[in-house]
Design a protein around this ligand. Structure first.
Ligand code: KIV
Length: 290
């Protein structure tokens, strides 16, 4: 998204760097999302779980940062997102929201914090909004989550939906598998997408969905679709940052490794350890005199 619905000079960064796009809004707001879709501009989203990476991705110009419950797998060493709690989400969400000056920060409601109904969802979302400074909530599910999306929206909390492979339901889905294959499943996915939109969602993530099904959902929705493993015919893309940056040995087939940061970091740590052991670090340049 290069110019999402800018509404005047006040909307533009006060002290842009020489390379900055002067028409770029200082802060991405929910109305910019639909405007970007109308203009055919792709939305860019990455996960972030701390202030260090959030600052980097924000400076890189990402439109949205997602404090995903993928923090369970990527940062906390769990095999799935299921053990993640609301308490786990609050400090990272607060750190990302503090660091982001431009991107719209979205926070996942983790498993067990919204399925019981609109009241539970609202209590969880209000806590996230009050304690973190984030701008939107994401939750999984289509028609089954419509009442929750409606309750949050009515309370003034923007919601991003999440359809297709929904990791919190991985036990019933039989693991990370493509969803929406076959006519009936494709139709059901599109009905879910419409239900999410009608309930008030501002965007919807489509995860592991065939290209044609994602394209169909994108066509019938007014709100933007943000794909992950859903092909190119969607309104935006999201990746888990550790996959995007090549932090681990394995990454999913749909996630291109745009760098091999894990190897770089390992090499830096090895060099550091070798210099400490060899007595060449710290040297005079990194020591204080009396
Ligand atoms: O938690 C997460 O990182 C997500 C993305 C996979 C969209 O929900």
């Amino acid at each position: 998204m290069s110019n999402p619905g800018h509404d005047a000079a006040a909307d533009v960064a006060a002290a842009p760097s020489p390379a900055a796009d002067l028409t770029r809004p200082r802060r991405v707001r929910v109305h910019h999302l639909a405007e970007a879709k109308e203009r055919g501009e792709k939305l860019t989203m990455l996960t972030a779980y701390d202030a260090v990476t959030a600052r980097i991705f924000d400076a890189a110009g990402l439109d949205l940062l997602l404090v995903g419950d993928s923090i369970g797998n990527t940062m906390h060493g769990h095999a799935t997102t299921l053990p993640v709690t609301l308490d786990d989400m609050i400090p990272p969400a607060r750190a990302v929201a503090r660091a982001a000056e431009h991107a719209l920060v979205v926070v996942d409601l983790p498993f067990g914090t919204y399925e019981a109904g609109p009241e539970q969802a609202l209590a969880s979302a209000v806590r996230v909004m009050k304690e973190t400074g984030a701008a939107a909530i994401k939750l999984e599910g289509g028609r089954r989550s419509a009442a929750q999306i409606r309750a949050l929206t009515d309370a003034g909390i923007p919601v991003v939906g999440h359809l297709g492979f929904t990791p919190q339901s991985e036990n019933i889905l039989g693991g990370p598998r493509v969803q929406g294959r076959g006519d009936d499943a494709a139709e059901a996915l599109c009905e879910d997408a419409l239900a999410v939109q009608e309930a008030g969602a501002v965007a919807v993530v489509l995860e592991m969905v065939p290209v044609e099904v994602a394209a169909r959902a994108t066509e019938i929705l007014r709100i933007p679709t943000i794909g992950i493993g859903a092909g190119p015919r969607v309104d935006g893309q999201v990746l888990v940052w550790t996959d995007m940056a090549g932090m681990t040995d394995w990454s999913p087939r749909f996630a291109r490794r745009f760098a091999e940061v894990g190897n770089l970091l390992r090499q830096a740590a090895q060099d550091y350890a070798a210099e400490v052991r060899g007595g060449t670090f710290p040297d005079a340049a990194h020591s204080f005199e009396r």
